[in-house]
Design a protein around this ligand. Structure first.
Ligand code: GAR
Length: 186
């Protein structure tokens, strides 16, 4: 059985899609969900499935206190699913090409510090972009700059709110992220 460790800071809709996918395709399982936000929606979601939740604060991450906890779960892949803090270099180095992230835009556009969640969709709307999409990529020590694994586009020229764009992008995320993870595990 292959094992996944997720890192998430938000509502957890991607975590939910991944957990459900691997309940049905049981060659892998989500072994743990790490979060920096005990009050985040993802915590209740994971606990609802009986998946252990590990709280890793910003200072735990910065001080190298998280790697040993990750190692306990022996992950084949580490997946950032809406994780909004800088990911520790010691974990990246211990798991080369085994840490991936999803970004709600077509990188290298709309990447970098401050570009997360609804901020990205607001920028797309302000710039009147006619399309956006998702990027799944390897994580390196720079925000949103690791090698691209997969991208998918969606038209947004008829959208007039960031929430409307977010809904289209999240639909793509939930559809593709579990499948790409499954391919990487095989
Ligand atoms: C997702 O849209 C993900 O792409 C984004 O946060 C959202 C989390 O939603 N990640 C980033 O912006 C990373 N820079 P969720 O908690 O419902 O999965």
């Amino acid at each position: 059985m292959k094992k996944l460790v997720l890192f998430a800071s938000g509502a957890g809709s991607n975590a939910d899609a991944i957990i459900r996918y691997f309940k049905e395709n049981a060659f892998a399982e989500v072994a743990a969900v790490f979060t920096n936000k005990p009050e985040a929606g993802v915590v209740q979601k994971a606990r609802g499935y009986g998946i252990p939740v590990v709280i890793a604060t910003k200072s735990d991450l910065e001080n190298g206190n998280v790697l040993a906890h990750v190692n306990q779960f022996k992950p084949d892949l580490i997946v950032l699913a809406g994780f909004l803090l800088k990911f520790p270099t010691d974990i990246i180095n211990a798991y080369p090409n085994k840490v991936i992230n999803i970004h709600p835009a077509l990188l290298p556009k709309y990447g970098g510090k401050g570009m997360y969640g609804i901020n990205v969709h607001r920028a797309i709307l302000e710039n009147r972009d006619i399309e956006t999409g998702i990027s799944i990529h390897y994580v390196n020590e720079h925000y949103d700059e690791g090698g691209i694994i997969f991208q998918e586009r969606v038209g947004v020229s008829d959208c007039d709110s960031p929430e409307q764009i977010a809904a289209r992008v999240q639909k793509l995320e939930h559809e593709h992220f579990p499948l790409i993870i499954a391919q990487l595990l095989k």
